[in-house]
Design a protein around this ligand. Structure first.
Ligand SMILES: NC(=O)c1ccc[n+]([C@@H]2O[C@H](COP(=O)([O-])OP(=O)(O)OC[C@H]3O[C@@H](n4cnc5c(N)ncnc54)[C@H](OP(=O)(O)O)[C@@H]3O)[C@@H](O)[C@H]2O)c1
Length: 293
């Protein structure tokens, strides 16, 4: 692959200051893309920018203040995008242990941030997307642990927080499949990618972004055959955003055992998240929840 093959392309990554989002930025910038870092803390975003530039000195980066847990912040961020976007990577995500955790708009924190925040962001960014723009939704293996009921997306959740996290990721994935169906008569596409099982202790250090104690890293090394670092987790997502072989409605993930680690391959999502009836009902429920039609 040519190290400058993405020159001239502009890509927004949400949740870009840490974890997989950070690595998406570094990998895209290394290939010449201009990258917008959509982050809720401009300080943490600037630390990430400095870390990327330490490894990719000519990285073309811009910080876009964006809190996906606030519909006002999302509207302000979209209004501040005054350039065309070739791709948007919907990566930001939270896991909340607490059932009472809410976004600024009073939505459940996980559903509100992981799904509805990205739903609102993409609606607001429509005019900024190029005619052949690609949206990548970052899904999760956890989508399989959860039954998604569009009528309940703003209801208090039941069961474990992992189940609600799975519902929020299933919702983002079902939305992306639906978006791709709605774009079928255009050149735009929506795809889904998941990072497998990606952990910090197997991830290279980046100053100020991630610094793992040597003992933790040594202890975690025994898991290297099973899981991967967040740099590896970014690979299917960057592939989904940039590779010519990717087509709308695809789902990409790591090709190794249980899809936990490995090089990107096409994988299969649950029947539920690919169901057009569920996608349509979810879209309608998201319009009501966000007030954005
Ligand atoms: N790691 C895995 O094995 C795994 C597996 C499946 C799916 N995923 C998905 O991959 C994505 C990234 O995961 P990760 O492991 O890299 O997580 P992470 O290290 O916790 O990073 C999450 C990122 O999202 C940002 N974020 C959280 N809430 C936000 C908000 N309201 N507005 C803007 N940004 C926000 C965080 O910013 P702050 O620094 O401000 O908190 C951070 O930059 C998530 O969508 C996750 O569901 C991860």
């Amino acid at each position: 692959m040519d190290a400058s093959d993405l020159r001239g392309r502009t890509i927004l990554v949400t949740g870009a200051n840490a974890g997989i989002g950070y690595w998406c930025v570094e990998q895209l910038a290394a290939r010449g893309a201009r990258v917008l870092l959509g982050c809720r803390s401009t300080e943490r975003a600037q630390v990430a920018v400095d870390a990327v530039r330490a490894h990719v000195p000519d990285a073309d980066l811009r910080v876009l203040p964006l809190d996906l847990g606030s519909l006002d912040s999302i509207a302000r961020a979209a209004a501040a995008v005054d350039e065309k976007l070739d791709a948007v990577i919907c990566n930001a995500g939270v896991k909340a242990a607490n059932r009472d955790a809410r976004t600024s708009d009073g939505l459940d924190l996980m559903m509100g941030t992981n799904f509805l925040g990205h739903f609102a962001l993409l609606a607001r960014l429509d005019a900024a997307l190029t005619p052949d723009a690609r949206v990548v939704a970052v899904g999760s293996l956890a989508h399989r642990f959860a039954r998604l009921d569009p009528a309940q997306i703003t209801a208090p959740w039941r069961g474990s927080s992992l189940r609600q996290y799975g519902r929020s990721k299933a919702a983002l994935m079902a939305f992306a499949f639906e978006l791709d169906r709605r774009w079928s008569s255009s050149s735009r596409s929506a795809v889904i990618a998941h990072p497998g099982y990606a952990v910090d202790p197997l991830t290279p250090d980046r100053e100020g972004v991630l610094e793992v104690p040597r003992a933790t890293r040594a202890f975690a090394a025994v898991t290297r055959g099973l899981v991967q670092g967040k740099d590896g987790g970014a690979l299917p997502i960057v592939h989904a955003a940039t590779a010519a072989e990717v087509t709308g409605g695809d789902y990409w993930g790591p090709g190794g055992w249980l899809e936990f680690r490995g090089a990107p391959v096409r994988v299969t999502a649950s029947d539920a998240v690919r169901d057009p009836a569920l996608g349509g009902a979810l879209w309608a429920a998201a319009e009501v929840a966000t007030g954005i039609a």
